[in-house]
Design a binder for this molecule. Structure first.
Ligand code: 3AL
Length: 185
């Protein structure tokens, strides 16, 4: 994906803007529509990548129902699991997720058999306990797969409310990082 300058971003049509930023918050187009309407669409220039993501966060925090947030959380792929491998082979993984997972050392060829088994087990336990996938902004976790396994271990004992709140906060960080990737300041 080619990044854009702020000037280029501010001169996009609505349709161009939406297709450029929508992948930041997967399968949740309302976030991007709101961001367009609040900025370029009403004559306000976007001044930085973080300005844009803060407008997107405002929508998530103030205008999305719990059900909509649940849908957004559930649309993200698991970190490494049988289910994720199936999603990948049937082309259901977004380009951003694939790159992020690979950089975090999550592809099968980078993991030991033991690590792969642990990811499979944690993902299954997590999904059964909470009903949505374990979400973490992988690029901010130190030690790649080891750090992610540690995060899983810690969070699996939280309450459903804590984890749901955490999942939304992590998605906000993922979206912000993806927006930063897309804009050259
Ligand atoms: N499950 C999960 O957290 N997936 C996401 N995390 C991240 O940094 N990119 C993703 O696709």
């Amino acid at each position: 994906m080619q990044s854009k300058t702020l000037d280029e971003l501010n001169n996009l049509t609505k349709q161009e803007f939406l297709s450029f930023v929508e992948p930041a918050f997967e399968r949740t187009p309302d976030v991007s529509i709101y961001a367009y309407d609040q900025t370029i669409g009403s004559g306000t220039k976007i001044t930085s990548a973080d300005h844009l993501s803060s407008v997107m966060w405002t929508f998530i925090d103030n205008y999305m129902s719990e059900q909509e947030k649940h849908k957004m959380v559930s649309s993200h792929p698991e970190l490494q699991s049988k289910k994720r491998r199936e999603q990948e082979s049937s082309g259901q993984l977004s380009a951003d997720s694939m790159v992020e997972h690979k950089k975090a050392g999550l592809d099968v060829s980078s993991l030991t058999k033991d690590q792969l088994d642990r990811f499979d087990n944690y993902n299954e336990q997590y999904r059964e306990r909470f009903g949505f996938p374990f979400i973490v902004c992988v690029r901010y976790v130190p030690d790649k797969a080891l750090g992610l396994l540690e995060a899983f271990e810690k969070r699996i004992n939280n309450s459903k409310e804590q984890e749901f709140e955490m999942a939304v906060e992590e998605l906000k960080k993922i979206g912000q990082a993806r927006i930063r990737d897309r804009i050259t300041e």
